[in-house]
Design a protein around this ligand. Structure first.
Ligand SMILES: [Zn+2]
Length: 193
């Protein structure tokens, strides 16, 4: 998929050095030479604002009342999307492993909620946020992302839209050419430095 929005998103991510090169273990367990650390783009408030506006545009007809983002990765981009939509902004966080709305954040019954995250990989966190929203009586208007890195694996129950869909070469660990070369050890990038 190459759209103007997708192109601009790539341009932003590259200029923020969000594309890491090395030897990585992806969430799926597969190995890869590249890893998108999308949150790097949010280091730059002007990029965060622009990405937030672009995601908001994907949901401009959806009458969103509240944006809920899973902590920590979703907080900044969720806030920017909420600002662009004129919606409220809150985040869900894990307490003893369970995704929870704390700090007095509440979704009222009937409110339309957009769930925003920087990157979707397996979709686990945003599915849990959706369950929370529905428990509170809210309606899930959709799921918005900077990047879809799921390779079609995130099975989300609602409209899911991303600014860019990553197509990245990856290998089964047993067939990884980088492992075979033996010069580097695969690392899980996640939240590491
Ligand atoms: Zn490898």
């Amino acid at each position: 998929m190459t759209t103007a929005v997708g192109e601009r998103t790539l341009e932003i991510l590259k200029s923020a050095n969000a594309l890491m090169e090395g030897h990585f273990i992806l969430t799926s367990g597969r190995h890869s030479r590249q890893y998108w650390q999308c949150i790097r783009a949010l280091e730059y408030p002007e990029f965060a604002e622009e990405l937030g506006c672009m995601i908001a545009d994907l949901f401009s007809d959806d009458e969103v009342d509240v944006v809920v983002a899973p902590a920590l990765g979703g907080i900044v981009i969720g806030y920017e999307v909420a600002r662009a939509l004129g919606a409220r902004s809150m985040f869900a966080e894990r307490v003893d492993g369970d995704m929870t709305l704390r700090r007095g954040f509440k979704v009222a019954p009937g409110e339309r909620v957009l769930i925003v995250e920087d990157v979707v990989t397996t979709g686990g966190s945003v599915r849990e946020v959706a369950a929370l929203v529905r428990e509170a009586g809210g309606e899930v208007a959709g799921f918005g992302f900077i990047m879809d890195r799921s390779g079609g694996e995130a099975d989300l129950d609602g409209p899911a839209r991303a600014l860019h869909t990553a197509t990245m070469e990856s290998f089964e660990a047993s067939e990884c050419p980088l492992c075979a070369a033996g010069e580097t050890e695969a690392v899980k990038p996640g939240s590491r430095k």
